[in-house]
Design a protein around this ligand. Structure first.
Ligand code: CUA
Length: 333
């Protein structure tokens, strides 16, 4: 019976880690590795404690069990100074062994690199239910796909546009809140390997909290420079003048592409090359980006309930034209 809660916890832990790229147990960078090492240390200590306690308990159960023909209660003992010192000092030592590296790592994670000239600086703003990434040193703003160079420290300054959210990339780092009180939290991590890492909002923030994902795409420093250059190019608008007109009037009032449009909604520059549409419609062979875009534009509330994108009054032809234009809006990097 005592084992039941333990087994239930392990099962829960394993089921939560089913998604390959959403696991803190497969760290892909030094910050996540630090957390993982702490987990291993804590679990090892817990297993040792468990074995010792169960060992002693088993010994006591056997040694002091009721003997045949025994009618009187066994000798009653009260107080043992030596024993009490031992079971106070050992846990204190264990707590110390756990506390020292934990405190060290927590402070290291929140260290301020905002003045570091070698770091890539990113200002993160959370919105219900999407993520905005601004690179102040490059004058570039994007959404949903966070593009970073490998092996460079990425220094984050995080805030929220509305309610409390939490920025979490399990395989690269721990989580950090974005607070509605105006505090700007600082955070940093490095991605040694190229790849796409899943990020998630880790704080209940409304109806579509569970759908508030993002991707971290770590690319070579050369690719990153090419991406920045491509982001800064003037906007490419739809070639069809009618679609261009509709796009300007209906989309660019809130969204931006290149140097045009507004800042209220996610920046769409290069959206055709992103990993997802609206963070949860994953673009792949069976779900091409154009189909996902059509699905999204036709009824945003159905895909992500409670988000601020209105269902725009467009004809099927207009939706198709805009989706086609956006799907082909890709950046070379
Ligand atoms: Cu944003 Cu949960």
């Amino acid at each position: 019976k005592r084992l039941l809660p333990l087994m239930a916890s392990i099962a829960l832990l394993l089921s939560a880690c089913g998604r390959e790229d959403l696991s803190a147990l497969r760290p892909q960078g030094p910050v996540a590795q630090g957390s993982y090492d702490l987990m291993k240390l804590a679990i090892s200590i817990m297993i040792c404690v468990l074995l010792v306690v169960f060992g002693i308990a088993t010994y006591v159960w056997i040694k002091f069990r009721r003997k045949k023909g025994q009618t009187e209660p066994p000798e009653q003992v009260e107080g043992n100074f030596k024993l009490e010192v031992i079971w106070t000092v050992i846990p204190l030592i264990l707590v110390f062994i756990l506390a020292v590296p934990t405190i060290q790592k927590v402070f290291a994670m929140g260290e301020d690199y905002t003045k570091d000239k070698n770091a890539v600086h990113v200002k993160v703003t959370s919105h219900q239910f999407w993520w905005e990434f601004e690179y102040p040193d490059y004058g570039v703003k994007t959404a949903q796909d966070l593009i970073i160079p490998t092996n460079k420290r990425i220094s984050f300054q995080l805030k929220t546009a509305d309610v409390l959210h939490s920025f979490w990339v399990p395989s690269l780092s721990g989580k950090i809140d974005t607070n509605p009180d105006g505090t700007i939290n600082k955070w940093s991590f490095t991605a040694p390997k190229e790849g796409v890492y899943l990020g998630k909002c880790a704080e209940l923030c409304g109806q579509s909290h569970a759908l508030m994902e993002f991707k971290v795409k770590a690319v070579s420093p050369e690719s990153f420079d090419r991406w920045v250059a491509a982001m800064k190019e003037p906007a490419k608008l739809p070639e069809d003048p009618q679609i261009a007109e509709t796009f300007k009037n209906q989309c660019l009032t809130c969204h931006a592409v290149g140097d045009q449009g507004g800042p209220a909604a996610p920046n769409l520059t290069g959206i055709g090359g992103r990993e997802t549409v609206a963070s949860i419609l994953i673009n792949d062979e069976s779900h091409p980006v154009k189909e996902n875009l059509k699905k999204w534009i036709s009824d945003p509330q159905k895909v992500k309930p409670g988000n601020l994108m209105p269902k725009v009054d467009l004809t099927a032809e207009q939706i198709d034209g805009i989706a086609d234009y956006l799907a082909n809006y890709k950046l070379n990097y």
